[in-house]
Design a protein around this ligand. Structure first.
Ligand SMILES: Cc1cc2nc3c(=O)[nH]c(=O)nc-3n(C[C@H](O)[C@H](O)[C@H](O)COP(=O)(O)OP(=O)(O)OC[C@H]3O[C@@H](n4cnc5c(N)ncnc54)[C@H](O)[C@@H]3O)c2cc1C
Length: 320
């Protein structure tokens, strides 16, 4: 039996595995290899890994985990979870049944592409969600923002750190008069109408085609499509969720435990974008996996109240 099974072995899941492996816990990580930022050419803002392709960062992480004898990385989907604390059972897509005392859900979220030609094709290159991730490379250039609701106003305020040239696309949203007045005060044009297509040149620059007026070309387009959890295991388990403007996240307490004892959640799956909390705090939380996960994993290890796995230490050659 494992001490912990981690469902979703990307940034959050592997960070958890690292700490648990170092604490000599027996851990199995199940992963299907589809991290949220796989569409991006480079990932930014993670110390020591800045401007690297996201899949390279993950491959390096998996290599580093290979030195820990109690961590098992498995390329498989978790299909169902049953049982209770100290005796959970996870069924994989390969038909394997695994037993564990604790679970960490870190299967992330999927961004749902709107039905606009060119949107999915540009996602991660000319259409991006986060200024902290991709803003630096486009500082001082013409940015576009696809309005997705009242929270978009916060992005407008943030964007001044990078550029003074911003166009807002209302995209069918009814932007309230007070916000429109604020945008006007900031000299930010609002383009009304429905976006019918987004054209790209060479992976960057987006030309937004509207049903109402002339096309508008921008150097980079920011958008925040709705998202949903990548799996539905939390639904079958009946775990409590919270609504955010863009989708749902799992509710966790300060120890990162979900509403079911023994099941913890990490990463995007449990990172809310609250209406009153602007994008900065979201990205900062996202970026703080290491420290945050370490804190709660310390609690998890204690809360587990179980003896560390009895294992031989790694071969000395592996310590290099
Ligand atoms: C276009 C784009 C660019 C971004 N750029 C940056 C950036 O530059 N810097 C930055 O800090 N952040 C960036 N982000 C945010 C970043 O991608 C996420 O915050 C991060 O990927 C979240 O990590 P996670 O481990 O929670 O989830 P994910 O990385 O999404 O990983 C979830 C994992 O779970 C697996 N999985 C799903 N279901 C199952 C199942 N049933 N069984 C087993 N495994 C399963 C998936 O295959 C996946 O590997 C970007 C996001 C996007 C969309």
């Amino acid at each position: 039996m494992d001490d912990v099974i981690i469902i979703g072995g990307s940034f959050a899941g592997l960070a958890g595995a690292l700490q648990l492996g170092r604490a000599r816990r027996k851990v199995t990580v199940l992963d299907t290899g589809l991290p949220r930022n796989r569409f991006a050419g480079h990932s930014h803002g993670l110390l020591g890994h800045d401007h690297k392709p996201p899949l390279d960062i993950l491959a390096e992480a998996r290599q580093q985990l290979a030195r820990y004898p109690t961590i098992r990385l498995v390329n498989a989907r978790a299909d169902s979870v049953s049982g209770a604390i100290d005796d959970f059972s996870v069924l994989t897509g390969d038909g394997e049944s695994l037993a564990t005392r604790r679970l960490i859900l870190s299967y992330g979220v999927v961004d749902q592409m709107p039905d606009v030609p060119g949107f999915a094709e540009g996602w991660g290159t000319s259409i991006v969600p986060c200024p902290y991730c991709d803003g630096f490379e486009f500082a001082g250039q013409h940015w576009g923002l696809v309005w997705s609701g009242p929270q978009s106003h916060n992005y407008v305020r943030l964007f001044h750190d990078w550029t003074d040239t911003l166009t807002v696309f209302a995209a069918g949203h009814d932007i309230p008069p007070d916000i429109r007045a604020d945008l006007a005060r900031r000299k930010i044009p609002v383009v009304d109408g429905r976006i019918i297509e987004i054209a790209h040149r060479g992976g960057h620059n987006a030309t937004v085609k509207l049903d109402t007026g002339p096309n508008v070309a921008v150097d980079i387009l920011f958008a925040h499509p709705r998202n949903k959890p990548s799996a539905s295991l939390h639904e079958s388990l009946g775990l409590a969720t919270a609504n955010t403007p863009l989708g749902i996240v799992l509710k966790v307490d300060e120890r990162r435990e979900t509403s079911m004892p023994g099941i913890y959640a990490a990463g995007d799956l449990a990172t809310p974008l609250m209406p009153s909390v602007h994008w900065t705090s979201y990205t900062l939380k996202t970026r703080a996996w290491g420290a945050r996960e370490r804190r709660y994993l310390g609690v998890l290890v204690e809360a587990a109240g179980i003896e560390p796995a009895s294992v031989d230490p790694p071969q000395s050659g592996l310590h290099a």
